[in-house]
Design a protein around this ligand. Structure first.
Ligand SMILES: Cc1cc2nc3c(=O)[nH]c(=O)nc-3n(C[C@H](O)[C@H](O)[C@H](O)COP(=O)(O)OP(=O)(O)OC[C@H]3O[C@@H](n4cnc5c(N)ncnc54)[C@H](O)[C@@H]3O)c2cc1C
Length: 461
């Protein structure tokens, strides 16, 4: 419960109607897409409610909230669109959540510099729609395009379908404005390339709201492709598919989509090539020339065209069935469908070896992998894991133990524990394993910037 005098001060900062304290509202705004199903041992953290959710309209209002929070030592959690899958927005008890929902304006569009500046609460899909009307596109195209915010995608350094061509969300960032944990506003810089480092904007990428609230972002934009071609290639096994993927990646052909997927019945590569028609034609010719028809064979390209056209369906379903709903509804959706997905980055030279080792862990825990995939870059490896037996406590435990072993194995092989969703509360215990000696340095940065430890506490730092 918030002290009434603090509540009054917060109301005077954001306005009477831009703060909610009712339990149902707190429940709706303070949970993301991580359910207890995928978060064994985290039920309490997942169930915690904040004391208020605030909807400021400016960086100055955010600064005033944070200054007040420092005086009273109240934790603060930045909230984008709440579509994270790792519990990054899970608030501490009595926290204030700062939603960026009302900060969703386009600030500038610079056609010559190929950049756009927006407030961080803008939904990616809305921004992309505006860009499309100006014959441009955003470089980040996740499944969750229509539901996730710019600030959330930067804070988790998200990865989308077009990462092979344009890079991760963090790689789209030219400059950021942020409100620091002390309430100071760090203004946006749009310098395309700095003379000295570190680049302070980069500093906030992937930090999951622990070092400040991102309020504005300048992002790269790209001309809308003039032509698009799809290609589907089959392989007898994952290894030959991976080697072919390395060939394509290293030839710098820059397909928009470069994905290799192994499921029960096939190993398939999806390729989307877009841009100038003659460059696409040359790339396709190059790829066909490299195929030997024993280790690679062309499949009807409609397979990839259809896959591409459905890429945002899961987010649309999520939007209808879970977004803006209370935990009770969100968590009921998949309660008997237990699964785990692993998304790690490993040096490409170790991917095949990792896959082999991982198969032993999967067998030991009586699990089954429904899909192995490489998404966008040769170091981005993922697995979708389900149990062989029906859902029970011991099956949940097996799944949990297998995931822990798989993530530890990745760290032991110079890999990461996640390549796109951040780690939130779900994987925070493994951050030190991945980051090694740099973890202490990151903690020192945190304690300097956030001396009262109020900014999204109880996360990885
Ligand atoms: C159906 C579905 C599909 C998905 N597909 C993808 C995908 O293809 N690729 C992918 O990368 N992710 C995907 N996700 C996960 C999710 O959409 C991304 O992690 C997204 O980038 C989170 O954005 P958000 O605005 O919802 O952030 P939130 O969930 O609100 O927040 C995520 C984290 O960022 C912090 N944060 C948010 N905004 C700010 C800010 N302005 N300043 C500082 N910190 C902030 C929060 O505190 C939290 O730690 C998917 C999720 C769903 C439900």
């Amino acid at each position: 419960m918030l002290d009434p005098s603090i509540l009054d001060k917060l109301r005077s900062i954001v306005g009477q109607h831009n703060i909610v304290t009712e339990e149902t509202d707190l429940d709706i705004f303070s949970s993301d897409a991580l359910s207890p199903n995928r978060a064994l041992y985290l039920q309490n953290e997942l169930a915690t409610l904040p004391s208020a959710v605030l909807f400021p309209a400016s960086s100055q209002q955010i600064s005033d909230i944070i200054k007040l929070a420092n005086i009273h030592l109240i934790p603060v959690t930045p909230l984008g669109a709440g579509t994270g899958v790792m519990g990054g927005i899970a608030p501490s008890k009595n926290a204030l959540m700062i939603s960026l929902k009302n900060m969703n304006n386009l600030i500038t569009f610079d056609l010559t510099s190929k950049s756009v500046t927006v407030e961080a609460g803008m939904i990616l899909g809305e921004l992309n729609y505006i860009l499309n009307t100006k014959n441009h596109v955003l470089g980040h195209d996740p499944y969750s395009l229509s539901i996730a915010s710019v600030g959330g995608a930067i804070s988790t350094n998200g990865v989308g379908y077009t990462a092979s061509k344009y890079g991760t969300m963090g790689e789209q960032v030219i400059g950021l404005e942020a409100v620091l944990p002390t309430g100071e506003i760090l203004p946006i810089s749009q310098i395309p390339s700095h003379s000295v480092g570190p680049d302070i904007s980069n500093f906030f990428i992937g930090t999951e709201g622990t070092l400040g609230v991102i309020t504005k972002a300048s992002l790269k934009i790209y001309p809308q492709p003039k032509a698009t071609r799809f290609m589907s290639i089959g392989f007898p096994d994952f290894k030959s598919g991976y080697q072919f993927l390395l060939n394509i990646y290293n030839a710098n052909l820059q397909p928009s989509l470069l994905e290799l997927s192994q499921s029960a019945d096939q190993v398939i590569m999806h390729l989307v090539l877009d841009g100038e028609a003659d460059i696409i034609a040359a790339s396709i010719k190059w790829i066909i020339n490299k195929m030997d028809n024993q280790h690679q064979f062309q499949i009807d390209s409609d397979t990839t065209a259809s896959y591409w056209s459905k890429r945002h369906n899961s987010a649309e379903l999520y939007s209808k069935t879970a977004l803006n709903k209370t935990r009770k509804y969100k968590w009921k959706r998949n309660q008997d469908h237990i699964f785990e997905y692993i998304h790690l980055s490993l040096p490409p030279s170790k991917i095949l070896e990792y896959k082999q080792h991982s198969e032993r862990i999967i067998q030991k825990h009586n699990l089954h992998v429904t899909e192995y995939a490489i998404w966008g870059r040769p170091d981005f490896f993922s697995m979708m894991i389900i149990p062989k037996d029906p859902c029970s406590e011991s099956v949940r435990q097996q799944l949990y133990e297998a995931s822990e072993s798989l993530l530890q194995l990745s760290c032991d092989m110079d890999g990461s524990i996640e390549y796109c969703h951040g780690i939130g509360i779900k994987l925070k215990h493994l951050a030190v394993k991945e980051l090694g000696p740099s973890y202490e340095l990151i903690k020192r940065v945190k304690s300097t910037l956030d001396p009262n430890y109020i900014m999204n506490p109880n996360k990885y730092i």
